[in-house]
Design a protein around this ligand. Structure first.
Ligand code: COS
Length: 388
């Protein structure tokens, strides 16, 4: 972008440049191969931990960087420009499990998990969805039964990002009984560790995009969790998950902005070098209009995202703003990557250029952490609230 609409501080520029360098050196050379082979490189986690990227929102007392949300999202966008798979790992870890432990955990839980999570020794994951509970998340059926000083969990979780490499998986499970169902108010949140007996990693998904980020099913077969791993109150897990998804949705919006920006940058460069009818194709208005629309939507997405992030850090209610940011940014990612493929023509449809991967990676941003339809529902509901 020609002008810096965000007016970054000196510190934000330093962190942005650090993220840019890391992505350029440690990810860019390998991403085509990782994508092709659906390969996850575990050493990336430690490298990100060493640089502080896995503790960006964790306070310094727990060995994190204790940054504000905007600064974190600036770093996340830089990673996503190069690789959306690494960006989702970073987003989930920073936005969901670490934040849930920080907000709802006991001092003991914070001390036990957060320093290791900040250092990159414990990767975090979030397990809410199930095979039959997606958009209707409160319909989940994984059951937790309290027995002495343990909870016993049975059930299957779906679509768990990094679930086969995680050391702490925040898992939502029913704490009400089959005879006395309490809907969204009958769900607890548990910190599950993979060493617990009864923990099984199931099917690894073979995905259209984000192929370098593993997505797995997890099955709990009489999994015994110490009661000290329950987060907060036993019936409040769904509410905690919803509150935390507000952070998560900002992370996915930053990821989507990164994907869209990568498409814009690739298409801008290509339109200058590609000649047809004796001139660079960027001299045609058909191409200029596409680039203009892409650039405008990228700038608008980023502006909305950071306005929501700043409002969140001021402690305002950002339910609607985070859903708006996620909705607009993910639709922008889909729009921009589609336009980029069109500008590249046949070369956009093959793996010789990155826009083919960007197009595949963009789609999931309209699906996970709440589909675009769910974001519209949240936005509309908040609208009614304002006019009640
Ligand atoms: N902050 C605080 N509390 C929230 C909240 C939020 N952002 N969102 C919901 N809650 C609370 C509600 O206030 C309600 O509490 P009460 O029982 O006191 O009224 C409770 O949680 C249940 O909420 P609601 O009645 O809105 O639940 P619904 O079952 O209607 O579900 C949607 C609401 C559809 C918005 C929710 O299920 C959702 O976001 N679905 C998408 C799930 C998702 O994003 N999955 C992706 C997982 S990561 S791959």
């Amino acid at each position: 972008m020609k002008s810096d609409l965000l007016n970054l501080t000196e510190d934000q520029r330093t962190i942005r440049d650090l993220a840019r360098e890391f992505a350029k050196n440690e990810i860019a050379p390998y991403i085509a191969e990782w994508d092709e082979n659906a390969y996850f490189e575990p050493s990336i986690v430690q490298k990100m931990g060493d640089l502080g990227f896995l503790g960006m929102l964790i306070p310094e007392e727990y060995e994190g960087l204790g940054l504000d949300t905007s600064t974190y999202l600036i770093a996340l966008e830089e990673i996503a420009v190069v690789d959306a798979s690494t960006a989702v790992l970073m987003s989930v870890h920073n936005s969901l499990p670490t934040q849930m432990i920080l907000r709802f955990g006991t001092d003991e839980q914070k001390n036990r998990f957060l320093p290791g999570m900040a250092r990159g020794e414990i990767l975090g994951a979030f397990a809410l969805s199930e095979p039959d509970a997606g958009s209707d998340a409160a319909a989940l059926t994984t059951q937790a039964v309290h027995e002495g000083d343990e909870w016993v969990l049975n059930g299957t979780k779906s679509w768990v990002t990094s679930g086969n490499h995680a050391g702490a998986i925040i898992t939502m499970a029913r704490t009400d009984t089959p005879r006395d169902r309490k809907g969204a108010r009958g769900i607890g949140a548990f910190i599950i560790t993979p060493d617990l007996p009864g923990f099984h990693v199931g099917k690894k998904e073979d995905k259209l995009g984000l192929r370098a980020s593993p997505t797995v099913q997890l099955t709990f077969d009489n999994l015994r969790v110490p009661a000290t791993n329950l987060l907060g109150l036993p019936h409040m897990g769904f509410v905690y998950a919803m509150q935390s998804l507000e952070n998560g949705r900002l992370g996915i919006a930053a990821q989507a902005v990164g994907i869209a920006r990568a498409a814009l940058e690739a298409a801008t460069a290509y339109a200058a070098e590609r000649h047809q009818f004796d001139r660079p194709i960027r001299e045609f208005q058909a191409i200029q209009f596409k680039l203009a629309d892409m650039a405008t939507r990228v700038a608008a997405s980023r502006t909305l995202l950071h306005a929501a992030a700043r409002a969140k850090d001021r402690g305002e209610n950002v339910k609607q703003a985070t859903s708006m940011a996620k909705l607009f940014a993910s639709e922008t990612a889909m729009f921009a990557t589609n336009q980029a493929v069109q500008i590249f023509g046949g070369y956009g449809y093959v793996k010789d250029y990155p826009v083919e991967r960007l197009f595949r990676d963009a789609k999931v941003t309209e699906i996970y952490e709440g589909t675009s339809e769910i974001q519209r529902i949240v936005i509309a509901r908040e609208q009614y609230h304002e006019h009640r």
